[in-house]
Design a protein around this ligand. Structure first.
Ligand code: S3P
Length: 431
């Protein structure tokens, strides 16, 4: 897809699609609850559709209409053995969270996904699940999917309680273990090095689970009765991030993004942008279904480079590609560190971002745990390979706004993973 250079301000009011992390969890927990869970503003992205398809294959009836989705849950022990492989597509969240649930079932199952999923690390969930007594194997013995999970039909409680010290701050790892904890014989705790997104803890508690958190440790008590609920999914701050960056970069811009989730475990982009000098105002702040939301008003602002690392990283991990683009317009140096997790996302995002920025003429140096960007150099148009990574495609569609010539993005349609109407929304703001 080609993007001509663009010079006028971006203006308008938009809403972004429902939060991806929350949409996945709504389907999964709804399937394990008794009764019908109704979800509004569900993200109709390919990743969340993969989650729906996996649960349908395990006997859960899910109605997906433009108005809402209805998940007819069958309780904690109501899943059926799937008659085929569970295809998780491009979705790390589906693969890792479902593994925790499957570890507690009495049947055998096989999970597999696309080429990207087949190269992403699964040992990080296989290790703790094995410690809990699960039988989970990487079928190619390379620590990646396809994964075979052999449930145990002979005992009621297959899994054992543990307190797991996770080597990575990963909500997918934490959630996988907590979900397996639903089926354990005693409480399960996970301590992470830094706090990752806490949607699992908040939502499972809403469904009636006994789950609590203290600092970076979350603990779940097994065998709860989960009861269906209504979930209004807030707009995804990770999708809003592209328009926040666009407004900050294109002179004269002003964009209002309505109803965005601003959970403190996800709002790192707002904190970083403000520290860089961004004019961002939160309006209409409220709590919806346990998750804080706000309308975000963003105005073009001259920015200053900063250092981004430590605790902040998990709260903006998915936004780092577009933050790197933003840093190109800032005065001075931006250092992104402690972000080695970027290497194991849908693509190796340290390499894919640094290479693409370099192709556009940015002054960027990839490091082992992030990158260093010298801001203030103009960007040129270039041919950018998205590597079929949705966040790379969207970040560089935003970069193209300030490039001096045309940009072409290869496999630009991969945005369907998390934001099917991304280009339409961008075009709305150009008018
Ligand atoms: C997610 C957690 C994060 C994030 C991903 C969604 C989740 O991954 O990057 O897009 O929904 O739990 P990690 O847990 O691997 O950091």
């Amino acid at each position: 897809m080609k993007f001509e250079n663009y010079t006028s301000p971006l203006r308008g009011e938009i809403s972004v699609p429902g939060d991806k992390s929350i949409s996945h969890r709504a389907v999964m927990f709804g399937a394990l609850a008794d009764g019908t869970t109704e979800v509004t503003n569900f993200l109709q992205g390919a990743d969340c559709l993969s989650t729906i398809s996996c649960f349908r294959k395990m006997g859960i009836e899910i109605e997906n209409t433009p108005e809402h989705i209805l998940i007819h849950g069958k309780g904690l022990h109501g899943l059926k053995k799937p008659s085929e492989i569970l295809d998780t597509g491009n979705s790390g969240t589906t693969t890792r969270l479902i593994s925790g649930i499957l570890a507690g079932q009495s049947f055998q199952s096989v999970l597999n996904g696309d080429a990207s999923i087949q190269s992403r690390p699964m040992k990080r969930i296989m290790d703790p699940l094995s410690l809990m007594g699960a039988d989970i194997v990487s079928m190619k013995e390379n620590g990646c999917a396809p994964l075979m999970i052999n449930g145990n039909s002979s005992e009621k409680h297959v899994l054992h309680g543990i307190h797991y010290l996770s080597p990575v701050a990963s909500a997918q790892v934490k959630s996988c273990i907590l979900l397996a904890g639903l089926y354990a014989d005693s409480p399960v705790s996970v301590t992470e090095p830094e706090l990752s997104r806490n949607h699992t803890e908040l939502m499972l508690s809403g469904f009636g689970a006994d789950i609590h958190s203290e600092n970076t440790t979350a603990t779940i008590v097994p065998d709860p009765k989960l009861t269906a609920m209504k979930i209004a999914v807030p707009g995804d701050i990770s999708s809003a991030a592209y328009f926040i960056a666009a407004a900050l970069m294109v002179p004269g811009s002003e964009i209002l993004i309505r109803n965005v989730g601003i959970n403190p475990t996800r709002d790192g982009i707002l904190r970083v942008a403000k520290q860089m000098g961004a004019d961002i105002t939160l309006l209409n702040e409220k709590i919806s279904g346990g998750e804080p939301t706000a309308d975000i008003l963003v105005k073009y602002s001259p920015l200053q480079g900063i250092e981004i690392g430590g605790k902040l990283i998990p709260s903006l991990i998915d936004e780092l590609p577009v933050i790197a683009v933003l840093a190109c317009t800032a005065k001075g140096t931006t250092v992104i560190k402690d972000a080695q997790e970027l290497k194991v996302k849908e693509s190796n995002r340290i390499d894919t971002v640094a290479n693409a920025l370099e192709a556009m003429g940015a002054h960027v140096q990839a490091t082992d745990d992030g990158m260093i960007i010298e801001g203030g150099y103009p960007l040129n148009g270039a041919v950018i390979d998205s590597h079929k990574d949705h966040r790379i495609a969207m970040s560089f569609a935003i970069a193209s706004l300030i490039a001096k010539s045309e940009t072409e993005i290869i496999d630009a349609d991969c945005v369907k993973i998390s934001y099917p109407n991304f280009y339409e929304t961008l075009n709305l703001l150009k008018k």
